[in-house]
Design a protein around this ligand. Structure first.
Ligand code: NAD
Ligand code: TYD
Length: 351
């Protein structure tokens, strides 16, 4: 596999995946195919934009012709599919765009890959990146999600991702397309759009703005540092078994309120404020509709079969994350002002 197409590479996780693939595989070409929605930001890839093995194509995964031509032009033999609408709150406001990108877009990508490879699946891979939210919601005393947990998605976002997982699986069973899949827990780290909990709250704490905690803050998430997810994706791409799904998680469960208090105190320490000061910004607001109580992943399969474990402890990960957002305030300001959307125009369409 020498020519790797990454969809959604200008987003949060995709940009880390591109960096890992380029760094660990000199000589392989990495093509970033991204529509640049509000969540896509080429600034995330500033450090690799001049790498001779990195290419950018602006395009929608729903666009049949553009996808097919790109697969042909770069002689793509591996696809790492991350492009998606990814924010639960937005899916509650506007489910249709989630169906378009996550379901129709994924199906188009599958169909174009099948057409491009034209029955020769030797050394080809279609890797679909998904979420643990497809498994639904756990009670506090339930055991963890495993690869065999029945799907039970409950938000428009998770329903659209669950549907895309089923379509990927159907292309394996029906046509023999060489797929692999992974379902990962909540990611955090550099370059995450500040609509998601951790970057939003870092930004609000810095600006002394209220921290809107949904409901009582008792919902639990299992947090994984984004670079560890990117390393897991790279491992699964090259070493994962065709037809298999791998769960990825940090064994790192936190209730929102406990995590937010840690974030507040660590930000106070970082900014030289009195410890406890930022906790005064915590504001309990109306709960999210259909708010899943708990997600938690059993990541033993990827550990046993592929030898992957997270490299970072949570405390170190959160400190690195705070440090990144605070030393990249311009990135945060560009993203919150919308300025980043002109970054593409400022750049040339690469090669
Ligand atoms: P993101 O919202 O930060 O980035 C999504 C990227 O996809 C953006 O660059 C956007 O421009 C691009 N995109 C959106 N619609 C497109 C379309 N129609 N055509 C081409 N490109 C399009 O998302 P993320 O948080 O980086 O998530 C990436 C993937 O990982 C998603 O599939 C998501 O479901 C999955 N995932 C995310 C998490 C998480 O915690 N963020 C956890 C598990 C799985
Ligand atoms: P989020 O980052 O949106 O990820 P997901 O919903 O996919 O897990 O939210 C993480 C948790 O934080 C979730 O339980 C919802 C909660 N939350 C808040 O309490 N306030 C907020 O402003 C946001 C964005 C999320």
């Amino acid at each position: 596999m020498n020519n790797i197409l990454v969809t959604g590479g200008a987003g949060f996780i995709g940009s880390h995946v591109i960096r890992v693939l380029l760094k660990n595989n000199p000589g392989k070409r990495v093509i970033n195919y991204d529509k640049l929605t509000y969540a896509g930001n080429l600034e995330n890839l500033k450090d690799v934009q001049d790498n001779e093995n990195y290419f950018f194509v602006k395009g929608d995964i729903c666009d049949e012709r553009n996808v097919f031509e790109t697969l042909n032009k770069f002689d793509i033999d591996a696809i790492v599919h991350l492009a998606a609408e990814s924010h639960v709150d937005r899916s509650i406001e506007d489910p249709l765009v989630f169906v378009k990108t996550n379901l129709i877009g994924t199906t188009n990508l599958l169909a174009q890959a099948k057409k491009h490879w034209d029955g020769d699946f030797n050394n080809k891979r279609f890797y679909h990146v998904s979420t643990d939210e497809v498994y639904g919601s756990l009670d506090l005393d339930d055991s963890l999600f495993s690869e065999t947990t029945p799907y039970d998605p409950r938000s428009p976002y998770s329903a659209s991702k669950a549907g895309s997982d089923h379509l990927v699986s159907s292309f394996y069973h029906t046509y023999g397309l060489p797929i692999v899949m992974s379902n990962c827990s909540n990611n955090y780290g550099p370059n995450q759009f500040p609509e998601k909990l951790i970057p939003l709250f870092i930004n609000n704490i810095y600006n002394k703005k209220p921290l809107p905690v949904y409901g009582k803050g008792e919902n639990v998430r299992d947090w994984l540092y984004v670079e560890d997810h990117a390393l897991a994706i790279s491992k699964i791409l090259f070493e994962g078994q065709v037809g298999q799904t791998y769960n990825i998680g940090g064994h790192n469960e936190w209730s929102n309120i406990d995590l937010i208090k840690i974030l507040c105190d660590k930000m106070d320490a970082y900014l030289g404020r009195e410890i406890g000061e930022s906790q005064n910004l915590i504001t309990f607001v109306k709960d999210r509709a259909g708010h899943d109580l708990r997600y938690a992943i059993d990541a033993s399969k990827i550990q046993t079969n592929l030898g992957w474990v997270p490299s970072l402890q949570f405390e170190e990960g959160i400190e690195k994350t705070i440090d990144w957002y605070m030393t990249n305030r311009e990135w945060l300001e560009n993203v919150t002002s919308g300025e980043y959307q002109s970054y593409y125009e400022k750049m040339y369409e690469k090669k």
